[in-house]
Design a protein around this ligand. Structure first.
Ligand code: PRP
Length: 215
């Protein structure tokens, strides 16, 4: 039986909708009373695992799930050994550098050398500032990174912006965008190569559904 790793949070609803469109029903994960982390879909064809977004590639990399759905931001940060199969065209957001609206920094190059940048995406942040040749200290955080500049702990943040509401309501502004991100379908490379559980058909069904939805 195929196993699908599904991300908790923002991407869950659209992920479940897409899987429903190809005949796999994991909608029980959306029930507010549900506490089960593993369910078999109604047809008995596949199993779903409900995991933290950052853990989706881990289950896929180790082969406990043959496919998974995750944001490109996580793939870029963690660089897991998984096959990147389909851009699913939902969960659109961008990775940006943001500062306090009242700060004098209008571009990343205005930030002071040896200043601090708070982020959940430390690899991405480090790589970006290295590419600018600007030596900054990256401060790793697990969430609510907007508090970095608000409290004065850091001059800037590198974080995901979706609607922009969180930045606005916390008095921050973007000064540059590093890249755009959407949800992606990933697979365990060997399972995909061996077509375990007729994986190719499922992937093609998902690809066709996504293409018909965007065209
Ligand atoms: C993400 C991100 C921003 C927010 C952006 O946080 O880190 O804080 O969403 O969304 P917006 O532009 O639509 O306001 P998340 O909800 O994952 O919470 P966290 O900060 O606790 O990780």
């Amino acid at each position: 039986m195929l196993t699908v790793a599904l991300p908790k949070g923002e991407l869950l609803k659209n992920s479940i909708r897409l899987l429903q469109a190809v005949g796999l029903d994991f909608s029980a994960f959306l029930d507010s009373g549900n506490r089960q982390l593993q369910i078999v879909d109604a047809s008995g064809k596949a199993k779903g695992l409900l995991v933290r977004g950052q853990d989706v590639p881990v289950y896929v990399e180790y082969g406990q799930a043959q496919i998974g759905i995750i944001g490109y931001d996580v793939l870029r940060e963690k660089q897991p050994q998984v096959a990147h199969l389909v851009d699913l065209h939902f969960g659109g957001c961008r990775m940006s550098v943001a500062v306090k609206a009242s700060s004098p920094y209008k571009s990343p190059l205005d930030l002071p050398a040896h200043g601090r940048v708070a982020s959940k995406y430390v690899n991405c942040a480090r790589e970006y500032f290295q590419s600018l040749d600007l030596p900054v200290e990256i401060v790793p955080l697990y969430g609510s990174v907007e508090l970095g500049p608000i409290t004065g702990m850091s001059e800037a943040i590198v974080d995901i912006v979706s609607t922009g509401r969180t930045l606005k309501e916390n008095g921050l502004v973007e000064i540059t965008t590093l890249y755009e991100s959407t949800a992606r379908l990933i697979a365990h490379p060997l399972s995909y190569r061996l077509n375990t559980g007729n994986l190719h058909q499922l992937v093609e069904d998902m690809r066709s559904h996504v293409l018909s939805a965007v065209s």
